[in-house]
Write a new protein. Structure first.
Length: 250
């Protein structure tokens, strides 16, 4: 699914989506904040890569000109008048080489982690119904804020709920998502870690998945990777498969 989605994003950025597929794609971007973020990140990475390729090519062109017309110049050389142009080209080639190095190293280390996080992170979809009579009014309000991605508004209502030791794992995951989306990784990691050690099998997988993503968002690959490996080693399950895909990109 992720691969098919990425192919669709690439087609959109290349201007190859037309008619109804284009309309559906743009509607999805309008309705899905996480999806639009993946599109924006892919566009940014592609532009950086194109700039780096251009800079590398410029470096390859400028270097022989520099060797021929600057390093071995003579005052009677008819091309001597272009000396400063060539020096400028050489300067650009040096800058280009730096951009190329930065693109190759920086994108693979820092930008790629953030890109991977954006590709794989989606707030957990609760199994509760918004209007369930078994859910108190405050919890219904939390769910509504959560559905509308008003995470900052949900947090003051979430925190008293978390003080109850009997609160279930789903609420912890949703609360962790609220913290993660408001840049409070410490609180998110604490909740995800609790769920990762839950007695409920499915909850453990869920907790480990979001715990690994939270560490990845924190640029802490060394902590995220063993959690993903543990999850990937399971014989089956949605999060085991996702963990394997994500590990292949680290």
């Amino acid at each position: 699914m992720q691969h098919e989605e990425q192919e669709k994003i690439d087609l959109y950025l290349e201007g190859k989506l037309k008619g109804k597929p284009l309309q559906q794609f743009e509607e999805e971007m309008s309705n899905d904040k996480a999806f639009k973020r993946r599109v924006d990140i892919t566009k940014d990475v592609n532009e950086r890569f194109d700039d780096a390729l251009f800079a590398k090519k410029l470096s390859e062109i400028a270097q022989p000109l520099n060797d021929k017309y600057i390093d071995n110049q003579a005052n009677n050389n008819p091309l001597f008048q272009y000396k400063w142009i060539l020096i400028g080209l050489l300067g650009l080639s040096i800058i280009g080489s730096l951009i190329w190095f930065s693109s190759k190293s920086g994108t693979n280390v820092s930008n790629t982690k953030q890109e991977i996080f954006a590709m794989y992170y989606e707030p957990y979809a609760p199994s509760f119904t918004d209007r369930s009579t078994s859910i108190e009014e405050t919890q219904q309000t939390i769910l509504q804020y959560y559905k509308e991605e008003k995470y900052q508004a949900a947090i003051p209502l979430v925190e008293p709920l978390l003080e109850d030791e009997s609160v279930n794992d789903e609420w912890k995951i949703e609360s962790g998502n609220c913290y993660l989306d408001t840049e409070n990784s410490t609180s998110a990691i604490k909740l995800f870690d609790e769920v990762a050690n839950s007695e409920v099998y499915f909850s453990r997988d869920l907790g480990q998945w979001y715990l690994a993503l939270a560490h990845l968002k924190n640029e802490d690959k060394a902590v995220a990777k063993p959690i993903l490996e543990k999850l990937a080693n399971k014989s089956s399950g949605k999060y085991s498969k996702l963990a394997k895909e994500l590990l292949s990109k680290l």
